[in-house]
Each structure stands twice: as structure tokens, then as C-alpha cells.
Design a protein around this ligand. Sequence first.
Ligand code: UD1
Ligand code: CA
Length: 477
Amino acid sequence: MSELSTTTHSPVAAIILAAGKSTRMKSSVAKPLHTICGDTMASHVIRACRLAGVQRIVMIVGHQSDNVIAALSGEGIEFAVQTEQKGTANAVQAAEELLGDWPGDIITLAADTPLLTADSVSALIQLRNTTTAPMAMLTARLDNPTGYGRVIRNENGTVNRIVEETDASPAEKLCNECNPSLYAFLGNYLWPALRLIGNSNAKGEYYLTDLVEIFSRQNKPVVAQPVADVDEVIGVNSQQDLAAAGAVMRRRLLNRLMAAGTVIVDPASTYVDIDVEVGQDSTIEPFCVLLRGTRIGNGCVIGPYTRIEQSKLGNDVRALASWISYSTLEDGTKIGPYSQLRPGSHLAAGVRVGNFVEVKNSTLGASSQASHLSYIGDAIIGSGVNIGAGTITCNYDGYFKHQTVVGDNAFIGSHSTLIAPVTVGSGAFVAAGSPITGDIPEDSMVIARQRAIVKEDWARAYRIKKRAEKELKSAKR
Ligand code: UD1
Ligand code: CA
């Protein structure tokens, strides 16, 4: 996740394998499109390549290719279709039409390793470039190597071959140096070598791993280097793997925020997406979910129990147990507990939105407040306005939405209904309990409710009468 980019080598193209079926996900969604921390696994791998300076990216698609291409069409990558899944070597071959005369290096990766960092991609590229070897690869020493191809080295440390688990001898299975499928090739060596691969193995597939043996036989060394952090090569093959990878990525993102001065009270219960930004001395209380596009300034206190999506919060904002989406909160605003800002809400500096208030597509001017139990939809509220408890904008007539405008320093008494389209002039005073159906002039007072009728002694007479009736009834029994 570092922002590093290496430039001291020949141009690099990447082939990302994403054609496989992945039955173990038990999902109708293609595996590369499953998301962690707000982005698809495929996009995480693409990002690592880009940050490492890879110039061209070709993704090999097959299973659900239309969906995968449609979902990733904005990524600026190219696609090649592998019509039948005949193995990883066959998959790479599908890119030959596009990259057959690529002048530099070609790296190959899988779309299901979302934790791979740009640093490791760079390390792989550097490793290939610091030797004359036609092939370089990263390896991982795993406590439990089950399921991985094993890396069998020569005495001089170069790689002799990679043996798939299904083809490995008991002795080879004991080897815990694993193949995470991260290779770099000199482009003009890759394509001819691929043609030499056969499929006489346990699965009857064309294995990309056979390239190692092919180069070894040609006395061309294959160099290998362990990855810095084995977490990076975790392959996602099941929902359990997806959740585990998400936890690792989240922890990385939280560490990055903490390193920059954000207080994360409980990392275990804090959920952040990849592009979340939080300023210095801001505190994220437990049980917060900060989704894509969340930008939080300095000195804020968020949560506990707050969910924010695609929203910008200024400095010194307090957001307690509330949901905020596609909205802007300027400096010093306060919201919650238990309120919701729906898309298009804009709270100017110092606005206070209290509990059980819903705001949608509305602007509240500086220092205005709606402290309790309100619905403010499609409204433009000026500054210094007080919205009393239970005020409702009636913005919908069953067919169309209408706008409410409230001028600066107006006072909206509790339990008023503002039936849009309607304008309350600045400085106007709306008496509590008033349904407002027409425009109210500036600095006026409006009261729109029936005058109370008071009948003195009525209640006393009522009680006397009812008690007498009751006594008469029980005397009869
Ligand atoms: C592969 C490696 C193994 C390594 C492991 C790491 C081979 C022969 N084996 O095994 O040494 O330890 O990855 O995870 O390469 N794919 C295609 N088309 C195909 C087959 C696969 O695009 O015809 C894609 C898959 O979608 C996946 C990737 O290639 O993204 C890896 O394929 P997979 O079948 O998972 O290989 P493994 O058996 O895991
Ligand atoms: Ca795999």
C-alpha cells in the first residue's frame, strides 16, 4: 500500500489471470468481482500494478467474461478471452495477440490475491531486472503449504522446478517454500517457452509452472526471492478467505490512519474502505463504518456507531450514532445520536442536527439547528434558523417533489408542517403546531391552528355524572 513507483527498468506489462470458475466461492458473482474494503479483488491487484509502474495490463477473462469486462471497463486495462480453462499456461497464452511483441518485461499475477502490495510487485520487477535470468519469481514460506505448488531449488539457490501438490512426492510435500504465482519474464523468452508446455500431469492442464523446468533445461536460471510478508500472497478461494483477506487489508488501512495521527479507539470494530481519509487528532470511536469517499478533517469525533459514505466532513465535526451518505458537513457541525443525512445534504458551519432527524437533498445555513424529530427534505434553510421539534417538510404530493425555502433567522415552532412548495421569509416566526400552505412574509408571525375552546368546570361536572351512573349500575346487580 505504499505509493512507490519504480522507473529504473525496461517497460513492464502485466497479465492478470482471472478466467477460472472458482466453484468454492459458492456465488453467482464472478470471483474477481468480489469486494473487500470497498473495491473488487481485481481492482486491488490492478492498483498494485499501477503503483509499481506497470504500463500495460491485460486481464485474462473466461468464466462470466462479460460481467467481469463490464465491471472493470473503467480501469483502463485490456482484456483477452480464454475460451476454455485449460490451465494457467493456456491462460497466459491468450494474451499473446496483445503482448506478443512487447519489448520489455511481462509479469503475471492472479486476480484472487488482493493483498499483494505495490512494493512486492516492484520487488519482483527489480529482481528480474537485476539479473539476466529470463524468469524471476516471488515465493512464500508458509506454515501450512497445503494446496500450493512447491518451489524446488538447485544447490546454487536458483529454482529447479515447481511441483504442484497433486503431482508432488511425499518428500516434496514437506517443502514449505510455496509458489504464490507471481512471475516476471523477459517478454521475448516467454512466448516461445509457453509453446513447449504439455499437459501430462495429474489434472491434464497446461501448467504455467512448467516454465521453470523448461528454462532450467535450457540452462537459463530462474531466480526467486521470498515476499516480505506472507499475508500478501493469501489467495482467496472461498468466502472464509475473502473475510480473512478483508480483515488483513482493513488492519493495514487502520494502521496507515493511526500512523498519520488518527485515534482509532478499537481497530477490531472499525471498518474502513481503501480511500478513506481522516485528519489529525480526529477520533474514531468503536463500531464505525467509513465507506468509500469518506473525507474527515481534523479534531473530529466520529461515533460510536456511525456509518459514513461518500461524504466530506470538515474540522471539529461531531457525528454520534448516525448515518451520513453523499453529504457535506462543514466545520463545527454536530449530528446525532440517531439521525440520518441522506444524499445531497449540506450542513454549513456550526449547524446542529440532533436526534431522530432525517435530512435529504437540503442545505442548512450556518448555525441553524434542528434538534429533535424532524424531516427536512428538498429544503433550503438559511442561517441562524431554529427548526422546532417535530417539524416536517411535506415535500411530496404523491407525484412530484417540491421545495421548501426558509429565510435566515426564521423560527419554525415545534410540530409545524411546511407544505411545499412554500417559502418562509427571513426573520418570520411560525407558531408551534402550524400547517403552512402558503408563503410567509419576512419578519411576520403566522399561526395556523384552531383557537382552543376552554369550558370551565366541564370536567368536574362530567366526573360527577359518570360516577353517579356507575353507582346506579352496581346497585341494580
Ligand atoms: C496455481 C499454481 C500453484 C500455485 C497457486 C497459487 C499452476 C499450475 N499452479 O495453482 O503452483 O501455488 O496457483 O495460488 O499454475 N486461471 C485461468 N485459466 C485457467 C486456469 C486458471 O485464468 O485455465 C486463473 C484462475 O482464475 C486463477 C489463477 O489462474 O486466478 C490460478 O489458477 P488456479 O486454478 O487457482 O491455480 P492453482 O491450482 O491455485
Ligand atoms: Ca488458486
